[in-house]
Design a protein around this ligand. Structure first.
Ligand code: NAP
Length: 250
């Protein structure tokens, strides 16, 4: 995968779970990675792991980023740009849930999820887009969810935030396709990470029985698709929502 050498990717929420797996996969392809989230200790560990796997072939830069703060987003992207001089690939992966039935959902839980998931995707894309347009190259990959398409009781805020990102993906794909920039979304089903660890064993079994593949997914089920969409080989794929859900939603 020589083509991916010298490229620079920013992965938000790279400290664990899906983001960590995506950053590792991009680095394996020879891409330099900016690992961004709030947890610097975890990010440094991921960076060390990448460096030891890559044997010096790629750079991994841990950067503090709170995507719920516009100021933090601006500072982090400025630092990434200062360090690498460009950003070729953006993976909008950082995300949260604050579940609750609609009738009882607190305004602050609605706002937190819309802000961290949807508003952050908008703001992070704005940080990279002008450079991508100037260089006539870019890959934007937004991690959404099967819940954006199916809905889920107790997740009105989360479903709305992820469905919003799908709309954002379609609009941006059309705006910048002529500049050789692609914008796609990946919609994972249920993936075993910190986000889903609170699901009880009984509920997990019930869930698995609704998934044709008979199991929940792993972060490594998502990461290869991120690597592919970020590559030159995916140059003609844009505006798509690609499901990785074990057949749970077709
Ligand atoms: N797991 C699933 O079943 C599933 C299914 C569909 C979609 N997804 C989506 O996949 C993405 C990754 O989720 P995951 O399952 O890997 O969850 P996770 O293990 O909880 O990881 C979430 C990541 O987001 C980061 N993050 C959260 N709030 C942040 C903030 N304010 N600023 C910066 N970073 C923040 C966390 O880092 P810090 O705590 O270090 O900040 C962490 O790295 C999310 O967008 C999620 O909605 C997950």
């Amino acid at each position: 995968m020589d083509n991916e050498q010298n490229k620079v990717a920013v992965v938000t929420g790279a400290s664990r779970g899906i983001g960590r797996a995506c950053a590792m996969a991009l680095a394996e392809a020879g891409t330099n990675v900016v690992l961004a989230s709030r947890g610097m200790d975890a990010l440094k560990q991921v960076a060390d792991e990448i460096r030891s796997h890559a044997n010096g072939a790629v750079e991994a830069l841990p950067l503090e980023l709170d995507v719920s703060s516009e100021e933090s987003i601006k500072t982090a992207f400025q630092k990434a740009n200062e360090h690498f001089g460009k950003i070729d690939i953006l993976v909008n992966n950082a995300g949260i849930t604050r579940d609750g039935l609609m009738m009882r959902m607190k305004r602050q839980d609605w706002d937190a999820v819309i802000n961290t998931n949807l508003n952050a995707a908008f703001l992070c894309i704005q940080q990279v887009l002008s450079g991508m347009v100037r260089r006539r190259y870019g890959r934007i990959i937004n991690i959404v969810s099967v819940v954006a398409q199916m809905g889920n009781p107790g997740q009105a805020n989360y479903a709305a935030s992820k469905a919003g990102i799908i709309g954002l993906t379609h609009a941006i794909a059309q705006e910048v396709a002529s500049r050789n920039i692609t914008c796609n979304a990946i919609a994972p089903g249920y993936i075993e990470t910190a986000m889903t660890e609170a699901i009880s064993p009984e509920a997990r079994e019930k869930l698995a029985s609704r998934i044709p593949m008979g199991r929940l997914g792993q972060p490594t089920d998502i990461a290869p698709l991120v690597r592919f969409l970020a590559s030159d080989e995916a140059a003609y794929i844009t505006g798509q929502v690609i499901n990785v859900n074990g057949g749970m939603y077709m």
